[in-house]
Ligand binder design. Sequence first.
Ligand code: PLP
Length: 395
Amino acid sequence: MIADKMKTMIQNSSAIRAMFEEGKKMAAQYGAENVYDFSLGNPNVPAPAKVKEAILEELENDDPVMLHGYMSNSGYEDVREAVANSLNKRFDTNFHAGNIVMTVGAAGGLNVALKTLLNPEDEVLVIAPYFGEYNSYVANYDGVVVVVSPDTETFQPNLKEMEEKITEKTKAVIVNSPNNPTGVVYSEKTIQAMADLLRRKQEEFHTDIYLISDEPYRELAYDGVKVPYLTKYYENTIVGYSFSKSLSLPGERIGYLVIPDEAADAEDIQAAANVATRILGYVNAPSLMQRAVARCLDAQADVPYYDRNREALYTGLKKLGFSCIKPEGAFYLFVKSPVEDERVFCQAAKKHHILIVPGSSFACPGYVRIAYCVSYETIVNSMDGFKKLAEEFQL
Ligand code: PLP
């Protein structure tokens, strides 16, 4: 018999899986071009040419035994140094190789960070709407998720409620900006206020509260919006980065953690993260990918591609009477459901071959997420279906 804990995890995960399978089934039935699958955050632009060149160069030039071998758990020293130097150049920080742990994507990085920090019953604040897998990651280490409810006016973190929910048991706060599912970028003002709040609470409870910044969408920001680099605002910050979205490499599983020297107990955390990577079974981040991304740290994400989709979807839906705020980053639009139970709306959308995700999956019922990492044609051609939905729901 499987573990009790896994039973609920299977249930949660199978809802998303079911949607994925349904999309494939519908594509086979109606033709892929007639199904508008906005359900998954899977980038549909190819990785930059530089990635392929870097992989080929590594395969041709590196010692094949070394290239495919184990290395230090935290990753290749020169790769970590290259990452640190690139961050220092971009954000005027002071990192060195010792601050970087190469990880198996953002998911791997978050698991390493939480394994490193959490004792059973420690509380982890998450700010709704949020990426649902945080629940499982925290449960992996017997932590307790504490949800800060959404501010549906702005989708910036509700700091007043955050203040009420921080206790002496709060070990970490996970933030994600640009945000999945809203596309909102947390403003500098918000970040400063959050940092002040966390410092105040640390003093009040004589604890250390770590801010874990989950940033797979950092490079996907529009109209020149500033995405604050959180280590500059709050000492006890751990950054989890991923190349999954920026370089369109989600299946390759590569990212990194930044554990700054300024963080409380930094040396212990760095040492623990190094061990956590190994004992969680990742052992180390994929070797070839580490070497490849080190050569591509300046490669640009295809922001204009997603920006065109963003404009088309946002203006198209607004014109039809849907209500949503314009995303500033990532590739998601979070739309208010025209009926209270957004699952009813998702079912209705399916009849028009439109697949979207209920906001309840992100602890924000009454909204739906539309992932626009799809072809431009998908967006244009889906508008007929959205028009019919607008009529059906009398917008
Ligand atoms: N965090 C957020 C907010 C995400 O949206 C995702 C993936 O969609 C992840 C983490 C996991 O990313 P990765 O593929 O880098 O593990």
